[in-house]
Design a protein around this ligand. Structure first.
Ligand code: SAH
Length: 345
């Protein structure tokens, strides 16, 4: 595999071996280097004291090492949730979130700087897409948080800024590295990738037959409603999106999660719930209801508590498993993408 385009932390162990051998070193040095990067979470070559000094110098010259700098961190007094803003090497910023649940610790990462999907209620897309994140920049969000909290990360959700399936190759490499037994070895079953529904890439991902969970951002149960909230829906008919989800389940055996943000007066009526039931019936799925988190640039408001519970019970009556997303870190920054945006405007 061509690896010139990748920084050292984005390389597979086999590629690191090639790189190290090209420097005239023994293969076991590659294993050590890989471990320093992906298990010991080193911040730079200078920490890699078991490697000979001249190798560290050669690496420094050929493969500049990057790690994220923490710009700000806010900690919730209610539940310990932490929101991080990290500076990338080129001066861009990304945000990531740390959440503690009884079943383990979860990190939510960004996959792009900005986003070009244009979802109406989302703050991450307001300034458009700046650039894709590299595999190592996705890993580094997790590594920086693991170092900071000194806790084990058991779950990863790719639900921060960006559309992961719009950065497909880097995402796939990231998924391989984060679940690699020689690295942090996070179980694929504990990884969720959330997409607005790029149909051809859902199918590609299905063909990889990974064990990750696919979360599909639905937000509307008809083509018209979905289009109103998500411009990307104009490109893909709703049936195509649902078909791709069915294909994902058939290929991987993994139950699909549908995300449905409830927007007051837009998609939260009983009729909407009934339409949603019909749309997903027969699919092995779970519906995650999220009262929309209002952003100041738009005038959408969250559905009332009563509407949310009503919506949920309509689904459950039709035997569709539905949960209401627990709000974490209510006292720290609001919706996804708002931290970075505040900094930049
Ligand atoms: N681009 C991917 C992943 C990032 S967004 C996707 O679209 O799925 C993660 C989830 O948060 C998506 O379901 C997205 O629609 C939702 N979301 C974004 N902004 C929100 C807001 N203000 N309130 C509620 N949910 C929001």
């Amino acid at each position: 595999m061509e690896n010139k385009a990748f920084d050292i932390k984005s390389m597979t162990l086999a590629e690191v071996k090639q790189a190290v051998e090209a420097m005239g070193e023994k293969p076991f040095r590659a294993k050590q280097l890989y471990e320093w990067m992906h298990v010991k979470l080193a911040m730079g070559y200078d920490e890699m004291t078991s490697l000979p000094k001249n190798l560290r110098e050669q690496l420094e010259a050929q493969y500049p090492y990057t790690a994220l700098r923490e710009k700000t961190v806010q900690t919730s007094k209610l539940d310990g949730t932490k929101k991080y803003l990290f500076a990338l090497a080129d001066g861009n910023y990304v945000e990531s979130v740390w959440m503690q649940y009884h079943h383990g610790n979860s990190v939510c990462i960004s996959s792009q700087v900005g986003c070009r999907m244009g979802c109406r209620f989302c703050a991450s897309t307001l300034g458009g897409l700046e650039r894709n994140l590299t595999p190592s920049e996705m890993l580094d969000q997790i590594y920086a948080i693991a170092r900071d909290t000194k806790e084990r990360v058991s779950n990863v959700v790719v639900m921060g800024t960006g559309e992961p399936l719009d950065n497909y190759d880097n995402l796939l490499r990231f998924l391989q590295l984060i679940s690699d037994e020689n690295g942090l070895h996070i179980s694929q079953r504990n990884i969720t990738v959330s997409t607005c529904g790029i149909v051809e890439n859902i199918r590609r991902l299905a063909d990889e037959k990974l064990q990750i969970t696919l979360a599909l951002s639905l937000h509307g149960a008809t083509q018209e409603k979905r289009q109103e909230l998500m411009p990307v829906a104009k490109k893909y008919a709703l049936e195509e999106v649902i078909d791709a989800c069915r294909y994902y389940f058939d290929q991987t055996g993994r139950r699909i999660t549908f995300e449905y943000s409830l927007v007051n007066g837009v998609n939260d009526t009983e009729a909407d719930a009934e339409t949603l039931c019909r749309l997903v019936s027969g699919l092995n799925c779970h519906v995650n209801l999220i009262p929309v988190n209002p952003i100041k640039e738009r005038d959408y408001t969250a559905s009332k508590r009563r509407e949310v519970l009503n919506f949920q019970s309509r689904l459950e009556k039709k035997h569709i498993h539905a949960t209401v997303r627990r709000e974490m870190g209510r006292d720290i920054d609001g919706a996804c993408g708002q931290l970075r945006r505040r900094l930049e405007t």
